[in-house]
Write a protein that binds this ligand. Sequence first.
Ligand code: ADP
Ligand code: MG
Length: 752
Amino acid sequence: MQRRRVVEELEMALKQPIPAVSAPPAESRNSKIVPVRPQPRGSRERARAEPTVAGAMESPVEVLKGVSRGYATKLKKLGVERVGDLLWLFPFRYNDFSQVRPIAELVVGEEQTVLGEVWSAGAGLVGRRKASEAVIGDETGTLRVVWWGQTYLARQLRSGMKVALSGKVTAFRGRIQMENPEWEPVEEESLHTRRLVPVYPGTERLPQRLVRRLAREAVGAFADQLEETLPEEVRRRLKLLPVTQAMRQMHIPDSSQQAAEARRRFALEELLYIELGVVRRRLAWQAAGAAPRLTLPQPAHDGFVGSLPFALTAAQRRAIDELLRDIGQSVPMSRLLEGDVGSGKTVVAAVALLAAVAAGHQGAIMAPTEVLAEQHYRTFCSLLSDGEEGLWQDVFRLDYLEKPLRVTLLRGSLKASEKAAAQDSIARGETDIAIGTQALIQEDVSFQRLGLVVVDEQHRFGVEQRAALRQKGGSPHVLVMTATPIPRTLALTVYGDLDITVLDEMPPGRPPVKTYRLRPEQRRQAYDFLRKQVSAGRQAYIICPLVEESEAVAARAAVQEYERLCADVFPDLRLGLLHGRMTPGDKDTVMRAFRDGGLDVLVSTAVVEVGIDVPNATVMLVEGADRFGLAQLHQFRGRVRRSSVQAYCLLLSENPSEEAQERLRILETTHDGFKLAEEDLRIRGPGEYFGTRQSGLPDLKVARITDVALIEQARAEAIRLLEADPELKRPEHGALAARMKELWGRITAEVS
Ligand code: ADP
Ligand code: MG
């Protein structure tokens, strides 16, 4: 069979094995808090007693001793401009130097602290490197200490001085030594040694010692003045430290447990602001007005489902039940329907739209582009009949509906008179289902009795759009559809104002896309494979590498790649180009040509992601695959998984690093979009996942977006607070409200 030959050829082409990659080092990037050890006689009380910080919280950091202009610039990069900001520069881990041992009992390889006397100290060349060197002694023995590069240190170490040294003990020619330990005179309060010592982030060329001292001074001077933002009730319920105590434990922890508690408090607080924001948005949507109750009579339901050329998957049936339950209520629905490309979201939406029509209301579908709107129109028309669809409007007489159903496509290319007629039909309520781009709500289209809006692939369908919807008349139910797999934690945060339905099952008979990683030298073979598929009558996508600088740069790169492919690689094939700098009209023309088989290969930047349905396209070649997120790559390859024909995804990557290769390997074996999304989120964080700005969330400094349990707690708390005090007007919520305004006010301004 021909298919089989193609497969074999690909496998032949790929027969050079791709080197296996060992797992990346399991070192955790998250702050690691080391186990508790007995605490040396702490001098914490002393630290608290003598605040030495000059000026007030608002003074610029330059007023502090030791902060030169250069250091001030570096601190600024870390977000520290004012003295008070030092408090919020949190350590990302702690060195546990609490283990104090006599020299004779030191253990090689462990972090320990030694208390001893300086016997001798000097600076010079040790071997070939400049260093300070000292010998330290206690009752049990002596210890050699070297500070590489830091020749100035020797001058500070006077003979006879009592010092504390903390660091890892190493062995040198059979004797123990310490290299570059932290140190301080014993009579000083413990700051760099003898305790859990904080390590601050991003302090390249900014001495840890300086930051540590500044942070401690700021804590001593200002921690008491911090305003408690969390209502006492919340703190009590979640057993959270008060802000002053938490701040102190963050920088000067008594134990790693206390440090963890401090972190939990601040993390929860961050998440609470996020949850208050999204939950409030949701409540506002629900409270602003009643939506019509849309019910679908059983005969109509059965009539439609029975008329389909396939049986619904179990996931589709579940989703339909959920939707129908929601829109049968007068609380406006705001639901996200999430499922891989090809999982059959359209049919699910169609049932809900039928319910709207059956209940005497109108429905609307909005797509991000004209071509997609057109695609929906076609799909819709074919779901409702086997007949040909009209140019922009079609009427269906269905045995299961009482009256004829009119579908209108509002496309930009309509003649003025046609457009006016379409708008008129919508406004007068003749149109039952209107399909178009966002123009449907943005321009002057008004609906007579809009009951349900379906929004495809615009998962940031935001506050403003909904406000615009409201102005179109009343409070319709809203269903947003997306092929982006959304990890649970993001569902609770970024999408926290929506309910979520997941289609986690593909219609039967669609084999997963065979995915292969290729080395750059295998590009030729990839091209050969593409060519074979095309000569077998198939079509292919080539995705250009992700260019982050700007759309313009990305477009230029794509044009170059396209020209190269046309001239040198596929001069005999019909190639098309798609990038973000093209006009919507040009994009549509290219997409249409590809859809209708007028092009063999579509060279595209990532815009194809919100793509078109071309069942005949069976290969996707992704250049620079390592630059994309896993979830995004998965979505790309979903584009070629549109039929029972075996499809292929070839991942080219110039990046030989183990990390990059390991990530791509996951794609070869995993076809579960959710797993990939979770993995992505874990590796790259939410900023990368959605683009920082797009995520529409405040940055997280302490909390981790992967911490489901904490996010759930914060959400429950947010709901409780807003149910009791929707506007956060009570005095005990004053601080919360102010902070919320500061955070969300700015973000809303950024988004709009
Ligand atoms: P997506 O979720 O990507 O929007 P679509 O709704 O466009 O997917 O459906 C993809 C294709 O699968 C369509 O051609 C649709 O008719 C078909 N389809 C949907 N549900 C089923 C099913 N249960 N069995 C077989 N084919 C289905
Ligand atoms: Mg779709």
